[in-house]
Structure formats: C-alpha cells, structure tokens
Design a protein around this ligand. Structure first.
Ligand SMILES: CC(C)(COP(=O)(O)OP(=O)(O)OC[C@H]1O[C@@H](n2cnc3c(N)ncnc32)[C@H](O)[C@@H]1OP(=O)(O)O)[C@@H](O)C(=O)NCCC(=O)NCCS
Length: 176
C-alpha cells in the first residue's frame, strides 16, 4: 500500500474512480449523529450513544471519519488495549482494536475504508503506542475480509457464535 497518510488535520484524497474526492479526518462530537446513523444503516452491530462518545473521548486520534462534499460517508472507531499479543504467543502488548468500520453504500469501492483504516492504524501506533492491531469480522463478510487482507491482516483465530445471531467471527490481526 503506497498511500501516504498524514496524521495532522484533514487529508484530501482522490477516489479510485479518479473523479470523486474525499477527505479523511479525526471525528468530533459534531460528527457523532452521522456516525451513529451510518452504523445503524450498514451494520447489525449497533451500540448506545455513550459507547461512541466514550471511544471518541478516549481515542480521538484513532476515530476517523470520511467526507464527500462535506457530508460524512464513513467512519472507523477504534480503541487501544493492553493484553496478550494475537501475533506473538505469550507476549503482553498494547494492541489496537478496530471496533467498528462502515461506509455508506453509495460511497464504496473508492478506497475510503482503506484510507480511514490506514490513518486509524497509524494513529494507534504513533499516539497510543500500539504494536499490533486486531479486529473481529463475520466469517461470511467477504468484502471486509478482503479489505483487511489487503491492509496486511491475517486470520489468527475463529470465535464460535461471536455474533448475536450465532455467526462465528474470524479474529484478524496485523503488526504495526
Ligand atoms: C467493508 C466496507 C467498510 C468497505 O468499504 P469501502 O470504502 O468500499 O472499501 P475500499 O474501497 O477501501 O475497498 C478496499 C478493498 O476491499 C475489498 N472490497 C471492498 N468492498 C468489496 C466488495 N463489495 N466485494 C469484494 N471485495 C470488496 C476489495 O478488495 C477492495 O479493493 P478493490 O476495490 O481495489 O477491489 C464497506 O463495504 C461496508 O461499510 N460494509 C458494511 C459494513 C461492514 O461490513 N463493516 C465491516 C464489519 S467487520
């Protein structure tokens, strides 16, 4: 991945269609309604407002939104935890956790999730000292799994019945 991601301020990027420009930046409290709306629209895993607020307060540098023409079209919400490495057995590490990522259907396949994930991952390393990052994904979610593999994630485990409807999750992790 050759995309050069900056960590200060908004970054303007060109979509993969060559004509749709988008901006990635840190989220603010003003974005939370849009983020919650996108989360409800694109994912069955929805959270109470306080959950979003708490992540924004605790890990603002790794809570990223994307805009097209000033409209929020996607988000990545993250946290950083201390615990056992998902990559090196028996080692305790600071590890980033991608909690939720979503892009509105009309803004997909432009590279927006890729850019937001790269910025969140870089921020986890630089601002919060994470040495690796992990996430859970439905085993049936081929688009997301493909996105994560392109970013360097590998499946490191499978969690039976992780989701409320009984579907298993893949645990995927990537060194930072
Ligand atoms: C998964 C999701 C976040 C991807 O967002 P996006 O902005 O379209 O992703 P990108 O444009 O950065 O795509 C990067 C790569 O991911 C993969 N990908 C994305 N959408 C895909 C699809 N529908 N089918 C297959 N691969 C797909 C491709 O490898 C793609 O690269 P390519 O376009 O060069 O082929 C988006 O589809 C979404 O919001 N889905 C619903 C919510 C969700 O599943 N979130 C993840 C939960 S763990």
């Amino acid at each position: 991945m050759t995309l050069e991601i900056v960590l200060e301020g908004p970054q303007r990027l060109m979509g993969k269609d060559g004509k749709t420009a988008f901006v990635i930046r840190e989220a603010t409290t003003k974005d939370l309604n849009d983020v919650i709306m996108i989360n409800r629209k694109v994912l069955p895993e929805n959270y109470p407002t306080w959950f979003f607020v708490e992540h924004l307060e605790q890990f603002p540098k790794a809570f990223i939104v994307a805009e097209i023409d000033g409209r929020v079209v996607g988000y990545v919400m993250s946290r950083v935890e201390y615990g056992w490495s998902n990559i090196q057995k028996g080692k305790a590490v600071r590890k980033g956790h991608i909690v939720s990522v979503g892009v509105l259907p009309e803004a997909r396949r432009l590279g927006i999730a890729t850019a937001m994930m790269l910025r969140a991952m870089k921020a986890m390393k630089v601002f919060y000292g994470a040495s690796e990052v992990y996430l859970e994904v439905r085993v049936s979610n081929t688009p997301a799994i493909s996105l994560y593999e392109k970013l360097g994630y590998k499946v490191v485990g499978r969690i039976p019945g992780y989701y409320s409807d009984g579907e298993d999750a893949f645990l995927m992790a990537c060194p930072l």
